[in-house]
Design a protein around this ligand. Structure first.
Ligand code: AMP
Length: 360
């Protein structure tokens, strides 16, 4: 089976690394000459809106998926005429736009911060009067790793902020005084069977994920599964979906969903019976899903800007290195390590060693 992937970044690369042993082959559509997945399959180097190249991709593969949600929904609509695309164009349309996404949460009775659609500075001022400060202004689409958003704490922060974010449609959200951030990675098969990985605790720095630790029997696991299951069923979703929550007051508030394999699920490569990447491929290919059970204790640490010396990283007991083969650049995710150990205290020791190696 040949899978077409829209995007050729590290997520595409890890999909190919998981699918190749299953006998799958890959083609990546990515305009970048140095797309890091390119070495693992055919590289269709073209713009996401080039109908000639989309048609060429559709004709050469059995099905298509995507590895980032900023793909124009029209690209997926166009491809869907010729080849099955999972997840669907509708799932993508909702997940890539914070207004549609939060409106769906509200419709499904999933708690989420107060929010308002912002089309102008006047809308922003009216919404601030209503929601109050602090609040967070986010662009409705194309934001990632903390980009395209601003925390508003005082009236001075509000002045001119709509223009500062590019005068594009935005969402104002009430600021959540969360005690923690967790995510749930789930997979839903074509026949509706759904499986969930254990909840993961995430730590961000300047909006970028730094550390994910897979939990053991988290008290909010069942609640998170209930919320995520509602979204998966409402969208008749096929594939892996990641759902990010704020932990607040002993409950959960929905932050956002990603309609794809997710950074907070990278630990599953070594830390679960079947990784998020393999399970995504199994789901979209119509194969039976794999077990989402944990194997030992795991944590994932992102390498941002540069990858530490390989010989030092692999010398750490239980450390599994993933070098994405991307050019090093400040603020860019260029690799990660998963530390997998038999017990929680060894895990903490392993995390501390990797942190010392990367200097934080
Ligand atoms: P996002 O791109 O929406 O995931 O936001 C990036 C990070 O900003 C989140 O992981 C939180 O740490 C923080 N953040 C986003 N929205 C809020 C909010 N409504 N209240 C408090 N912190 C937030």
């Amino acid at each position: 089976m040949k899978i077409g992937v829209i995007g050729g970044g590290q997520l595409g690369r890890m999909l190919a690394l998981a699918g190749t042993p299953l006998g799958m082959r890959f083609a990546f559509l990515d305009p970048a000459a140095d797309a890091c997945a390119a070495g693992l399959g055919e590289h269709v180097q073209a713009d996401y809106s080039s109908e000639t190249h989309l048609r060429q991709l559709a004709d050469s593969v059995d099905l298509v998926t995507f590895e980032f949600e900023s793909v124009p929904a029209e690209t997926v609509d166009f491809l869907s005429q010729f080849v099955p695309v999972y997840p669907s164009a509708q799932a993508l349309r909702i997940a890539r736009d914070r207004w549609f996404e939060k409106s769906l949460f509200r419709e499904l009775g999933i708690p989420t911060p107060e929010f308002a659609d912002i089309q102008s500075q006047a809308d922003l001022e009216a919404a601030v009067a209503n929601i109050g400060l602090p609040a967070v202004l986010k662009t409705r689409t194309l934001g990632y790793d903390g980009k395209g958003q601003k925390v508003l704490r005082s009236a001075t922060d509000v002045a001119g902020t709509f223009a500062e974010l590019g005068s594009v449609p935005c969402l104002l959200e009430g600021f959540v005084p969360f005690t923690g951030e967790v995510s749930l990675v789930a997979v839903r098969a074509r026949d509706g069977e759904t499986r969930f990985y254990p909840l993961v605790h995430n730590t961000h720095d300047a909006g970028i994920l730094k550390l994910s630790v897979a939990s053991d029997e988290h008290p909010l696991q069942a609640l998170a599964e209930d919320y995520v299951g509602r979204v998966l069923n409402a969208l008749d979703y096929v594939g892996v979906l990641a759902f990010e929550f704020f932990e607040v007051g002993g409950g959960l508030k929905a932050n956002e969903i990603a309609p794809r394999v997710h950074n907070s699920g990278h630990w599953t490569i070594e830390g679960a019976e079947c990784s998020q990447f393999e399970n995504h491929l199994r789901a979209i290919a119509g194969l039976p899903l794999g077990s989402t059970a944990k194997v030992g204790e795991s944590a994932m640490l992102n390498f941002i800007g540069e990858v530490p010396p390989v010989e030092q990283a692999v010398a750490i007991q239980g450390c599994h290195l993933h070098h994405y083969g991307k050019a090093f650049k400040p603020g860019r995710k260029v690799g990660h390590a998963t530390v997998r150990t038999a017990d929680a205290s060894a895990l903490q020791a392993g995390i501390a060693k990797v942190q010392a190696l990367i200097g934080n």
